[in-house]
Ligand binder design. Sequence first.
Ligand SMILES: Cc1cc2nc3c(=O)[nH]c(=O)nc-3n(C[C@H](O)[C@H](O)[C@H](O)COP(=O)(O)OP(=O)(O)OC[C@H]3O[C@@H](n4cnc5c(N)ncnc54)[C@H](O)[C@@H]3O)c2cc1C
Length: 468
Amino acid sequence: MIVIGGGLAGLSSAVALAEAGHRVRLLEKRPHLGGRAASYVLPGGEHVDNCQHVTLGCCTNLADFYGRVGAAEKIRFFDRLLFATPDGRRGAMESFPLPPPLHMAPSFVRFPFLGWADKLAIARALLTIAFSGGRPADLSGDVGGTTMLAWLQKHRQTEPAIRRFWEVILVSALDEELHRIDARYGIDVFWKAFLSARGGYRLGIPCVPLGELYDGCKDAIARRGGEVLLRAGVRGFQVTGNQVAGVAREDGSVETADYYVAAVPHDILPELLPAEVVEREPVFSSVRNLRTSPITGVHLWYDRIVMHEPFLTLLDSTTQWVFNKTQLYGGGAAPDGQYLQLVISASHSLVPLSRQEIIELCLNELREVLPGIREAKLVKGTVIKETAATFSPAPGSDRWRPAQKSPLKELFLAGDWTFTGWPSTMEGAVRSGYLAAEAILSDLGAPQKFLQLDLPAEGLARLWARKS
Ligand SMILES: Cc1cc2nc3c(=O)[nH]c(=O)nc-3n(C[C@H](O)[C@H](O)[C@H](O)COP(=O)(O)OP(=O)(O)OC[C@H]3O[C@@H](n4cnc5c(N)ncnc54)[C@H](O)[C@@H]3O)c2cc1C
């Protein structure tokens, strides 16, 4: 079997197929694995992630994949979510020993950055989601016409509730602004992460550079006689009629296999297929309708310690997250100082700005939040703008997401953009990889399950989950 693309979708499908006893050849264009969730070394020797990547307790397939490749211990989970306002005040959200969906209610009641009217409005909307098991009646039959913002306005959310609660969580989780998010994606985030199960919201942060999470993949694939080839870009598929005859590599060689998994980004797939096949099969041409959304990462190295928390979520700021990489890496990232990473999702407004302008904007916002930076020396700063970080979960975007089994007999598709029911995330990518492997094994007449179940609903949420 040949898997093209060494991101999480390609890696998870390759590992699953190898575990099912198949010899897999994984062809990755770049010199490293991980795709968008990769890390690399800067000319100065610093290890940087393409961008900070976090997972949540409800991402059961990603957790399963990390377990299979020996990376589970490299993820540290946090039960306490820390927030800060531009004037430096702090607040937290955490779970209490109450049955879901009430487990976070005590910290929500005490949350200092929302007034009573805001909290009542939020509680009403959250209960509407909970009572419906994550499928509110006013969205049933909706084929993607309602945006999250429209749904929130319909449910009479106050302006601070939208800005300091819904937007903070959803822009980070879905990498898009509320007026461009399909309400069904937004509601799913709250049901799975905050309402149905106690551990769904727990924040998992890698304590190593992202590239080290994939160390075990090569072994898992090699154990069944397969191999991983880096700098092995594919130029295109050779297609005869309805069948794939082989793949042409960028070095001019041609490789053949019984099955092929294309685990490349959605905009690359049509370029790897003959134009007449893309024209003929709407599945391949319609992926071009998916739109993308940017994420900006800002990396700052200070000459001293300026932050004591492991991470902070900022309210009312362009900067959304600050990660204390030195602490998360156990002190190793900047032994004599501190390395911070800032993340701004759906960073449409930053795309036209220069790197220096972005750094200055963020530093201005951090002055009161982390007063230590006023005295400290910024040794180095760098900005990584990913203009097409994720596909935009716009209303109706599911229409353009193909299933893993393609119209060509031997070709299967994987990638966070294929149809998984999940947004563009590492969890979505691994789900797609497992689904592609399952589809191939079914085709071979030897079906096997890799896809993991969602966290089971707990407490009162169990009653409503059954109803849905
Ligand atoms: C800045 C940023 C921040 C993010 N933050 C988070 C987060 O915190 N949490 C989260 O869950 N998700 C996050 N995501 C999303 C997550 O990274 C992606 O959803 C996921 O990694 C996609 O995996 P994939 O395998 O589908 O695609 P990719 O990772 O894009 O992998 C595709 C692979 O195919 C390779 N390839 C392309 N063309 C060819 C070719 N011709 N031949 C061979 N190989 C080829 C590419 O080099 C790449 O390695 C973030 C994404 C970005 C960009």
